[in-house]
Ligand binder design. Structure first.
Ligand SMILES: Cc1cc2nc3c(=O)[nH]c(=O)nc-3n(C[C@H](O)[C@H](O)[C@H](O)COP(=O)(O)OP(=O)(O)OC[C@H]3O[C@@H](n4cnc5c(N)ncnc54)[C@H](O)[C@@H]3O)c2cc1C
Length: 425
């Protein structure tokens, strides 16, 4: 498979990725490159002879798959994503000791906040634990974002936003994760997973949500080896001629279905309720119903996963009693998410029961502010219970969970950051 937009089949100077079909690291690297809008060619290897032939190497024991061949011909054997990102020049170190605003998460909310903050003169750093784009970056086609009548691939939208942020001087630190926050001396101090730390006068948490898991035996073992979370943007072209399954009845599941249906022989959608979610856009419902190679099974759920190295079959319970096995090598899970707010657990930041960050007027309980809020003023609309710490996008309690609202909240949070910085100057 060539994962490239190269027109007319002209051979471009591309990164090559060699690996076996269901290798989990191979999937992660493909997904990372795709989401980072790095063009690459995927070379699927069937057997050791293939490896030797394609890679021109005789010593098979020296070949640790997957192999990334960079444009200059250098080969990285079984690299970590961090190694790959670093070799592609996608990783940088913070250049300042202190920033006006540190933004965590480079999904639509974080990218938008970064663009507005830097364009309005704030010293801005954007910290992302994976690839730029967040959930939106995994989406094959966003059709309802204003200004793109033909839709836009999530990775393209993210790349445009990344370039815009860089243009305004945002420092983007990729492959870095905020794991612990402390608020003292009117600043936020954050420990990063790689041992570094970050200091800023204010911060915006835009860490979004992660995919909810099915909670089945074998799920972790088969992750990325037949079991995938999300829309399968990087996997769809590999599903040619296959019968694939998707769990979920909301918008993200619907988009995944339509994207996979363009490539797979048949797509079966397993929906727990007796209808597609009320949150699913009606244009998607119409398309799903019209697609000849899509079947929707209502009142259905996956109850078991089986496979040795890769997924081989899954058990489906339909209704109360009927259970049956289905052979498949690919299952996509799109059943909503849980917020990334573990880092806030030892702080005064108030979270709701599900872990979402509570902001502004939602902090009020029976007309009173919680004890964590220690200011004389009311919190700004997107401010958490710690002054100067804001939340935007899906991670926020009662957020709308759309690209446009995440973008809007990112921009809005910056306005409150300005007000906070003026108050504390
Ligand atoms: C498959 C799919 C299809 C969708 N389709 C549409 C659509 O068509 N239209 C629409 O409007 N919406 C759509 N959505 C919803 C939309 O993508 C989300 O609402 C939007 O991405 C939320 O943006 P966000 O920035 O708040 O969070 P996210 O997009 O979740 O981004 C959060 C980012 O934070 C990073 N992060 C998490 N924790 C940390 C940490 N501790 N340190 C550093 N970084 C961290 C994550 O890696 C991630 O990149 C879709 C979602 C999915 C999953």
């Amino acid at each position: 498979m060539t994962n490239t937009d190269t027109k007319n089949g002209a051979p471009a100077n591309l990164i090559k990725l060699y690996g076996k079909r269901d290798d989990a690291l191979g999937y992660e690297l493909r997904d990372f490159l795709k989401r980072s809008v790095v063009e690459f060619e995927w070379h699927e290897l069937e057997c050791d002879d293939d490896c030797a032939r394609e890679l021109g190497m005789k010593e098979l024991e020296n070949i640790r798959l997957p192999v990334v061949e960079l444009i200059d011909g250098e080969r990285l054997f079984s690299p970590t994503m961090k190694e790959l990102a670093s070799r592609l020049g996608l990783m940088a170190n913070p250049s300042l000791r202190e920033y006006d605003v540190s933004i965590y998460g480079a999904g639509p909310a974080g990218l938008s906040a970064a663009v507005y903050a830097a364009s309005e003169g704030l010293r801005t750093v954007l910290i992302e634990r994976g690839a730029v784009g967040g959930q939106a970056g995994t989406t094959s086609m966003i059709e309802n974002y204003l200004g793109f009548p033909k839709g836009i691939a999530g990775a393209d939208l993210a790349e445009r936003a990344r370039l815009q942020a860089l243009k305004f001087g945002v420092e983007i630190l990729m492959m870095r994760e905020g794991v612990k926050a402390e608020f003292r001396e009117g600043k936020i101090w954050v420990d990063l997973a790689d041992g570094g730390s970050m200091v800023a006068r204010s911060n915006i948490c835009a860490t979004g949500v992660d995919w909810r898991r099915l909670g089945l035996a074998n799920e972790d073992r088969l992750l990325h080896s037949g079991v995938y979370y999300g829309a399968g943007a990087s996997e769809a072209p590999l599903c040619k001629g296959e019968n694939v399954y998707i769990v979920g009845g909301g918008n993200s599941a619907g988009q995944a279905v339509m994207h996979l249906a363009d490539h797979a022989k048949k797509v079966t959608m397993l929906v727990r309720d007796d209808a597609l979610a009320t949150s699913m856009s009606s244009y998607l419902i119409d398309r799903i119903k019209e697609a000849p190679n899509v079947e929707v099974l209502y009142n259905s759920e996956v109850t078991e996963l089986e496979g040795d190295e890769t997924l081989g079959r899954l058990k489906i319970r339909k209704g109360e009693e009927s259970e049956s096995w289905a052979d498949t090598s690919r299952l996509f899970v799109a059943i909503g998410g849980v917020p990334h707010t573990e880092w806030a657990k030892d702080t005064d930041i108030v979270r709701d029961r599900a872990g979402y960050l509570v902001t502004g007027p939602d902090l009020l309980k029976d007309g009173a502010m919680p004890p964590e809020w220690q200011q004389d003023r009311s919190p700004h609309f997107l401010e958490t219970s710690v002054a100067g710490s804001f939340a935007a996008g899906d991670v926020r309690h009662r957020s709308v969970k759309r690209v446009a609202t995440a973008v809007g909240e990112g921009a809005m949070a910056v306005t409150f950051v300005h007000q906070y910085l003026e108050e504390t100057a």
